[in-house]
Write a protein that binds this ligand. Structure first.
Ligand code: SF4
Length: 232
């Protein structure tokens, strides 16, 4: 009788001794039509079939900043769309790549009402707040969650085609970001950590950035990234 896969995948249809499995003496599960083995002690695949994930999916994924699809996460006064970010969001949806919507670091680490973050009467700035103390811990935790998913796709040889950020953002800026005293060159807190982690995993993927006051022109950069991925 078919058994449910322990990781939520296809059922196991070859004969497997359920008692042995429960007792932990069955080291591997043989999966029907797969030349591969699940090793419960290592929590990983030992070998992957060429036919795996051979369905309608593109096996291409793009990492996008949260507010590309949800402007409600924006800081007060900085939402430019009712919901998703217009043409840029449409371009990503229509491209056929999978969309990995990253968490909004500012919303999750500092809250929705995060304008004028004060500490002991001092405005330390949003970027700075994400790079020290509890803020940094929370931000690193979000990056770790994203990286868990990235590594999973990487393990199964999916293509991570790039990262979309937002220049000027204290968290999601790619080439420019807001410090407490204004905008300068540099990456936002979240993108900085994410780039470091991707590099640590040997992933050299392109980062592009939208920009609030320049989103029409910046959308062409996102489209160019998607077109390059489609040709690959
Ligand atoms: S922190 Fe990033 S995802 Fe959140 S609103 Fe700002 S730019 Fe968007």
């Amino acid at each position: 009788m078919p058994l449910a896969s322990p990781f939520g995948g296809r059922p196991v249809s070859r004969s497997v001794d359920e008692d042995k499995m429960r007792q932990g003496t069955c080291a591997v599960l043989l999966l029907d039509s797969f030349d591969q083995f699940w090793n419960p002690t290592r929590d990983s695949w030992l070998e992957e079939s060429d036919s795996m994930f051979d369905d309608q999916r593109s096996k291409k994924v793009i990492l996008v900043l949260h507010c590309l699809l949800n402007q409600n996460a924006r800081i007060d006064g900085c939402a430019y769309f009712p919901g998703a970010m217009g043409e840029a969001a449409r371009a990503v949806v229509d491209s056929g790549v999978g969309i990995l919507q990253m968490p909004c670091p500012e919303l999750q680490c500092l809250g929705l009402d995060r304008s004028g973050r004060m500490r002991d009467g001092t405005d330390i700035g949003i970027r700075e707040a994400l790079l020290e103390g509890e803020g940094e811990k929370a931000c690193r935790n979000l990056v770790a969650q994203v990286m868990d998913v990235v590594r999973e796709y990487q393990k199964h040889r999916f293509q991570i085609i790039g990262v979309v950020g937002n220049d000027g953002s204290p968290a999601c800026g790619v080439a420019s970001t807001h410090y407490v005293d204004g905008e300068r060159a540099g990456a936002g807190a979240f993108m900085k950590m994410l780039r470091e982690e991707l590099k640590r995993c040997g992933l050299d993927i392109p980062f592009v950035a939208l920009r609030d006051h320049d989103w029409v022109e910046r959308t062409t950069r996102v489209k160019a990234l998607l077109e390059t991925a489609a040709e690959a």
